[in-house]
Design a protein around this ligand. Structure first.
Ligand code: ATP
Ligand code: MG
Length: 725
């Protein structure tokens, strides 16, 4: 047996991990040191040398994208398809388990997954139905509370309230929410994990089956597991199997969502014989990038301690650009990407990473203007758009009419004259009889408990759903979608709306039909119908990518979603105090260090060239904010970073279609003032500052300056006595 190909491209330490006899193992190492590569080679090794069947391997990764990539890499090492191997995210795997054992998990066969937007709406409705004031019981906070408890494995009855009325009420809302979900066959993301955990706890024979089956369990990005995920893994482990985890404490970036980096220490305590392997050579980034990232993360306390080095050349220094506002920053980014493309790189070699999704819009506009194609991961994703959710809700009603979230969404969309009062009656009846909204509707119609008009409108809705079920369910999936969109009246409703946005919605609905056409039922979907499989996919999997996967495009995403990935050319945008680290991180202990780890993750995505940019002024929620460079930039050794000093002469209005006129006048002012945008100027009273904008002309010309000590001011140029600094 020639196993050299499994070991050839590995260093000694990596080889130790890959070729170790089956045992519990921790690979603890910094970014880009080949952890994921070790995992991939280990899987191949176990199959080829230890003769473990693919069927007996469970591999957990953090995103679906990573899972797909990992499967692809193992398959190409092995030269065969490995469909029977369980490889996916915690949520994906829990979902699969619950589909197999829905009865033991006390779920209806056709249970639906509730995504976080659906969950929010349901929580809101529950709060309303309990006659509570939303201002006091904010749905977002309640949602957070419910998920937080589920992540800790806590049901309402486990929560201690110490007689505190607020805590008691919160617990009650959780209970009512959960009852509502159970009646409607709905499972939110946190519930997937909790149910899967309870399934094993309550059914030892099922657990035993999987303990025997999975001889080896491998987990990537272990530092970001939360308590329920670890508890789930822990149950699965027994004397007969092994667990290998890989992770990096410096890349733990989901603490705010309940991830617990201490799970690494728990693992070492729970598996005392586990071998720890540290990798220290980085194969991803140039010397400068690595040195800078190491220096930044070194400011955190209590690290497990690692020292990364590379054989690579130092490479280019990191370039820093301070835009005078976010538009200037965006334009700079696009210009650099174009340079990079001119050098022969593909668009997909370039990534723009940012702290928050909201930051993408301005950069997107600049890319559009220069006709550079891009793809966004995350953000408002295809399956989260209004019209798509409407259409999916009809499909969900066809699949399983007990689905309350879908019912709420479409019962009066398009409008069919069902009023809020009628709906409130139905909700009350559903609660009183412990049934779903659909069942309550049927009951009320049967018992003639509604006024004539309301009854007619509801009857029309019931007839529509039943009629569609009959006509549509026998069709192939794409026709199901097409017919559902048309027969429901959604198509006509959006067609009747005017404007660009409505047109976009129609196109998206058509896109949904083609997505259905392209959809292949995964082999592991077992006996699910194509419709059920597609609906699960829409809630669970497909949210990650937005555009056509195959098109060459600049990659845009938050730093969180860039975890585990690498790109030759990376721009880290918006690296300014107040944005990154975020304002909030100053208020909560521990958050600043998590922000710093996030910065470390961002920087270490870059292989060859890293740009860091920020904006001295940024319009946020309609207000101009003035920021200084992030403290993280100051933590980078000065020999690794160099400031780029070209100032683009572009003012805010140039980007705004509605301010064309203003642009003209600002240009006049701009030419006649003798100052450039972004230029440093001095004022006898206010001291030094940066020119941000111009307005008006001649005697009325005004200039906006952001003074270092006095903040932003508009000054009439004729009187301002400004000079160049
Ligand atoms: P992260 O912490 O960001 O997830 P990682 O530790 O998982 O990083 P990998 O993604 O596995 O690192 O590896 C980083 C890069 O280095 C990849 O391009 C990988 O192919 C390459 N690499 C890893 N080990 C070696 C090696 N021994 N020889 C050559 N290239 C390697
Ligand atoms: Mg990795």
């Amino acid at each position: 047996m020639d196993v050299s190909r499994l070991l050839d491209q590995l260093n000694d330490k990596q080889r130790d991990a890959v070729a170790a006899p089956p045992s519990d193992m921790l690979v603890l190492a910094g970014a880009g040191s080949g952890k994921t590569r070790v995992l991939v080679h280990r899987i191949a090794w176990l199959m080829e040398v230890e003769n473990i069947a693919p069927f007996s391997i469970l591999a957990v990764t953090f995103t679906n994208k990573a899972a797909r990539e990992m499967r692809g890499r193992v398959e190409s090492l092995m030269g065969t398809s490995l469909q029977t191997m369980w490889m996916g995210t915690f949520h994906g795997l829990a979902h699969r388990l619950l589909r197999y054992h829905y009865q033991e998990a006390r779920l209806p066969e056709s249970f639906q997954i509730l995504d976080s937007d659906d969950q929010y709406r349901l929580v809101r409705r529950v709060i309303k139905s309990m006659n509570l004031d939303e201002k006091h019981w904010q749905p977002k906070q309640v949602q957070w509370y419910i998920n937080g408890n589920k992540d800790e494995g806590l049901r309402p009855q486990h929560i201690e309230t110490y007689g505190d009325p607020t805590k008691q009420k919160m617990r009650e809302i959780y209970q009512v929410y959960q009852d509502t979900c159970d009646r409607a066959g709905l499972v939110d993301f946190a519930e997937l994990l909790l149910r899967a955990h309870e399934l094993w706890l309550n059914h030892p024979q099922i657990l035993k089956h999987y303990q025997r089956r999975f001889r080896t369990i491998l987990v990537d990005e272990f530092q970001d597991t939360n308590n329920i995920q670890y508890a789930w893994l822990r149950l699965l482990c027994c004397e007969d199997n092994n667990m290998m985890i890989v992770g990096d404490d410096d890349q733990s970036i989901y603490g705010w969502r309940g991830a617990n980096v201490e799970n690494i220490s728990h693992f070492l305590k729970d598996f005392p014989s586990a071998k720890t392997i540290r990798l220290e050579q980085n194969y991803r980034s140039t010397g400068n990038i690595l040195k800078a990232a190491n220096a930044v993360i070194d400011n955190n306390q209590g690290r497990l301690g690692k020292n990364l080095w590379t054989e690579d050349a130092e490479g280019e220094v990191i370039s820093l650009y301070a835009g005078f506002n976010e538009l200037d920053e965006a334009r700079f980014i696009v210009a650099r990407i174009k340079d990079w493309i001119d050098k022969g790189y593909a668009l997909s070699d370039c990534a723009i990473l940012y702290r928050n999704n909201a930051q993408s819009r301005v950069i997107e506009e600049a890319l559009l203007q220069e006709q550079v194609s891009y793809r966004i991961y995350g953000g408002l994703r295809f399956f989260e758009r209004q019209e798509i959710k409407d259409a999916l809700s009809y499909l969900r009603m066809l699949n399983q009419p007990l689905d309350d979230a879908a019912f709420e969404r479409v019962v009066n969309t398009p409008s069919r004259g069902i009023g809020e009062k009628t709906l409130a009656n139905i909700r009350d009846a559903a609660r009183a009889t412990e049934q779903s909204l659909w069942q309550a509707t049927l009951l009320m119609l049967k018992e003639k408990r509604l006024s004539g008009r309301a009854a007619n409108a509801l009857q029309a809705f019931v007839d529509l759903v039943l009629g569609m079920q009959e006509a549509i369910l026998p069709l192939p999936l794409d026709q199901q979608a097409d017919e559902a969109i048309k027969q429901s009246g959604l198509y006509a409703m959006y067609k009747a709306e005017k404007g660009e946005k409505a047109q976009q919605r129609i196109e998206n609905l058509e896109e949904l039909v083609s997505a259905c056409k392209q959809f292949e039922v995964p082999e592991d979907a077992d006996d699910m119908t194509p419709l059920a499989a597609f609906l699960a996919h829409a809630s669970l999997e497909a949210g990650e990518a937005q555009a056509d996967q195959h098109q060459d495009a600049v990659q845009m995403m938050t730093i969180h979603s860039a975890k585990g990935l690498e790109f030759p050319f990376v721009v880290l945008a918006g690296v300014e105090e107040g944005m990154f680290p975020s304002q909030m991180s100053n208020e909560e202990p521990g958050r600043l260090e998590e922000e710093r780890r996030l910065c470390y993750v961002g920087m270490t995505r870059a292989m060859e060239k890293l740009y860091i940019t920020y904006a001295e002024s940024r319009r946020l929620y309609g207000q101009d904010k003035y920021h200084t460079a992030s403290r993280f930039i100051k933590e980078i050794p000065s020999d690794c970073i160099e400031e780029v000093r070209i100032r683009n002469t572009v003012s805010r209005p140039m980007y705004n279609r509605f301010e064309k006129a203003a642009q003209k006048s600002s240009h006049v002012a701009f030419e006649s003032t003798g100052f450039n945008l972004g230029e440093r100027v001095a004022h006898p009273k206010f001291g030094e500052g940066t020119v941000l904008n111009f307005e008006g002309s001649g005697d009325h010309a005004r200039v906006q300056v952001n003074f270092d000590d006095f903040g932003s001011k508009w000054l009439v140029l004729a009187y301002a006595r400004l000079s160049k600094a």
